[in-house]
Design a protein around this ligand. Structure first.
Ligand SMILES: [Cu+2]
Length: 159
């Protein structure tokens, strides 16, 4: 299964990169809540000190850009981390913090979005392959306590 999808990822990424470049060249609408972002899926995830995410299941479409905002409802730092997921964008953002002994920004994550207490942060990415991917909080002990969920990426709906 992974072998088959691996061969499909490269052309998809190239096509997506082209689309993104074209989109950027066509002018950036800096307005907030503008209609130019009609193709973007807006996702809001809440992280709580109960060591959970809300929602813990996120449904996405391959090839459709996502604007994910994580809101930290708790008193301690939480993050939204995905180890492996084919995507354009993503990366690392937010405050450095204790991640079970791993320094932030040393790579190895498709996505790492760290959010301080009672703040929110946004990250943009486009999933490029269908599948189910685990996300979790990498703050020490949080994943082990159940602070995780899944992103289910399906085919983009036609039209
Ligand atoms: Cu956490």
């Amino acid at each position: 299964m992974t072998k088959k999808s691996a061969t499909l990822i490269l052309p998809a990424v190239t096509a997506l990169a082209t689309v993104l470049l074209v989109a950027a060249a066509c002018g950036e609408d800096e307005g907030s809540g503008g209609s130019a972002s009609g193709e973007v899926t807006d996702i809001r995830v809440k992280a709580t000190d109960d060591l959970g995410f809300e929602p813990s299941e996120i449904w996405l479409e391959a090839g459709r850009p996502v604007r994910l905002t994580m809101e930290n409802m708790g008193a301690s730092i939480h993050d939204f981390t995905v180890d492996q997921m084919p995507m354009v964008g993503g990366g690392s953002t937010g405050a450095p913090h204790d991640m079970s002994g791993v320094m932030m920004g040393t790579g190895g994550h498709a996505m790492h979005l760290a959010v301080e207490s009672h703040r929110d942060r946004m990250m943009e990415f486009t999933p490029t392959a269908t599948g189910t991917y685990t996300f979790y909080c990498s703050t020490s002990g949080h994943r082990e306590a159940g602070m995780m969920g899944k992103m289910i990426v399906g085919r983009q709906a036609p039209g």
